[in-house]
Ligand binder design. Structure first.
Ligand code: ADP
Ligand code: MG
Length: 238
């Protein structure tokens, strides 16, 4: 579970072509990082995979099933945004429970999932607080917890750490890597930060102006950049 295949994916907004023939195969359990300068189409590509945007062309498959016309809710993916998107009037516990209660899941199972996610993310101490009473780092853990309780086939994270200060970003990045190892589920992680990409990724997808410039492991990208753009962006010798 968690294989994602993109074939000739295109996306336009009106007359503006934002994604051009994107081809990519993500394996089950991989942590793939989309990296590239601001405006190159990273978020749009993630939103297309999530089902928050319709593609203008091409085929999107999850675990061998064509999902072009499948709703976001039915794709089995969970998205984590830069801006937490927590419900301010609900407690942490209620925020975690929210999506599950709508799914008619038995209460016992909801409670079990919440306990497990809270332990994994070490947020047990503030389950009864509201988001306004938490630090940025704590809020982002809750946002990740809300994705975890859904047991998605893949996690889609759009610049999840960019609102945190530098020190917290580094420690939270390490925690995310540990979490990925523990959950062993597919993760797609979007960032404009080369260092973040090099540290986290099993494979990096370097994008520029709506196209993929190179796909490879951090070492491959660093040692054998496909062109000057990739070399310059990654900071590799060229
Ligand atoms: P990134 O996440 O890499 O910074 P985005 O995917 O947000 O880039 O944006 C890629 C391009 O698509 C940008 O030029 C942006 O202005 C454009 N774009 C994104 N969303 C929309 C939209 N809903 N309508 C029109 N243009 C959009
Ligand atoms: Mg973006």
């Amino acid at each position: 579970m968690g294989q994602i295949k993109l074939t000739n994916i295109k996306k336009s907004f009106g007359a503006v072509d934002v994604l051009h023939d994107i081809n990519l195969h993500i394996d089950d359990g991989e942590l793939v990082v989309f990296v590239g300068p601001s405006g190159c189409g990273k978020s749009t590509l993630l939103r297309v995979i999530a089902g928050l945007e319709q593609v203008s062309g091409g085929t999107l498959e999850i675990d061998g099933r064509r999902v072009n016309d499948v709703t976001a809710a039915e794709r089995g993916l969970a998205m984590v945004f830069q801006s937490y998107a927590l419900y301010p009037h609900m407690t942490v516990r209620q925020n975690l429970a929210f999506g599950l209660e709508n799914s008619k899941m038995p209460k016992v199972e909801i409670a079990e999932r919440i306990t497990e996610a809270a332990r994994m993310l070490e947020i047990e101490a503030y389950m009864d607080r509201r988001p306004g009473q938490l630090s940025g780092g704590q809020r982002q853990r809750v946002a990740i917890g809300r994705a975890i309780v859904r047991r998605p086939v893949a996690f889609l994270l759009d610049e999840p750490l960019s609102n945190l200060d530098a020190e917290l970003r580094v420690s939270t990045r390490a925690e995310l890597a540990a979490l990925h190892a523990r959950l062993s589920s597919t993760m797609i992680y979007v960032t404009h930060d080369q260092v973040e990409a090099m540290t986290l990724a099993d494979r990096i997808v370097v994008m520029r102006a709506g196209r993929i410039e190179q796909v490879g492991t951090p070492l491959e990208i660093y040692n054998r950049p496909a062109n000057r753009f990739v070399a310059g962006f990654i900071g590799a010798p060229h």
